[in-house]
Design a protein around this ligand. Structure first.
Ligand SMILES: Nc1ncnc2c1ncn2[C@@H]1O[C@H](COP(=O)(O)OP(=O)(O)OP(=O)(O)O)[C@@H](O)[C@H]1O
Ligand SMILES: [Mg+2]
Length: 293
């Protein structure tokens, strides 16, 4: 696959919401990046919109986006390239990271920067994120970060994440920060309505139940914006809210029932439960007649 294919300007999400002050400061970061490369760390809980924010930034400013899973790097030397063997000869295969940082204006998304398996893996990153903005790679020579490049690192923060290495203080020092929060009820409702086509009252009904689950700490069930969208999408296709919750939240039917009882909410479902076994063949097939109670 050619690297140009990876370095695409992403599509704009017409239904993405952020705090206005974040928008204003992102504009400043974009302008700063015209003077020198900029690093921005986006933190927030799982599924609160970190990756989407980076994508949206690239889309808004018409910049190519390249995403790298830092969490998967096990050692240094895995970002720039690798010795490969072809017809008995070794050659150095340059990776996308090297090309991306040398592409003017590129948005580079470093995902899960706090999850790299060994701190060593971050060494080469440190060089390109720190003042010199360049690194010597034996096989490539000096690789310099191109003008206008912006690095976005994303990181799941919060005590719910265990096994996450604290990232090095010296590395942390070199970032601007944006802390994303879950959206307020009214905004999340707009997201559900706009992205799934549900009515406002339909979205309200879902969010009322979800917000009860969210605020019930004993339940220990976290429901992200990703989850609320998944639930709303199922409901928009005719699922009952109970059904949508069970299929989206990795929660058993029984656990959900007791959770709903404990938070004193009704899902207001009217649909009959489909609690029986059927053969799984196309709907029109006569075999669907066979049901087992
Ligand atoms: N502010 C928002 N406005 C509209 N949609 C949003 C918003 N935040 C999140 N979403 C939607 O929620 C889903 C999850 O968002 P995203 O993948 O960006 O979260 P994340 O924080 O990167 O998650 P993870 O921690 O798993 O990496 C996406 O479908 C995204 O479009
Ligand atoms: Mg993400």
């Amino acid at each position: 696959m050619s690297s140009e294919k990876h370095l695409r300007i992403p599509n704009l999400d017409p239904d993405f919401f952020i705090l206005e002050r974040d928008r204003v400061n992102l504009e400043r970061f974009a302008r700063l990046s015209e003077r020198h490369p900029v690093n921005i760390m986006v933190t927030g809980s799982q599924g609160c919109g970190k990756s989407s924010l980076v994508r949206q930034f690239a889309a808004i400013y018409g910049r190519p986006l390249a995403t790298f899973q830092v969490g998967l790097l096990a050692e240094s030397g895995q970002l720039f390239g690798q010795q490969r063997l072809q017809s008995g000869e070794t050659y150095f295969k340059e990776f996308l990271f090297s090309k991306a940082i040398q592409t003017p204006g590129c948005v580079i998304h470093l995902e899960e920067i706090n999850r790299s398996e060994t701190p060593h893996a971050l060494n080469e990153l440190f060089s390109v994120l720190s003042e010199d903005r360049s690194i010597w790679i034996d096989e490539l020579g000096t690789v310099k970060v191109a003008p206008g490049v912006i690095f976005f690192a994303t990181m799941n923060e919060g005590e719910k994440f265990t096994g996450v290495e604290e990232i090095d203080a010296a590395l942390r020092d070199r970032f601007y920060y944006i802390q994303l929060e879950y959206l307020p009820h009214e905004v999340e409702k707009q997201v559900l309505v706009r992205k799934t086509g549900l009515s406002e009252s339909g979205a309200d009904r879902i969010l009322n139940v979800i917000n009860h689950i969210r605020t019930n700490e004993q339940a220990g069930v976290s429901v992200s914006i990703r989850h609320s969208l998944m639930i709303a999408e199922l409901v928009s296709l005719g699922a009952s809210l109970r059904e949508a919750l069970v299929y989206s939240l990795q929660i058993s039917r029984d656990a959900l029932e007791s959770l709903l009882l404990s938070v004193h909410v009704q899902t207001q479902d009217t649909e009959a439960e489909l609690d029986r076994y059927v053969v799984y063949v196309p709907e029109s097939s006569p075999a669907t007649e066979k049901v087992f109670q």
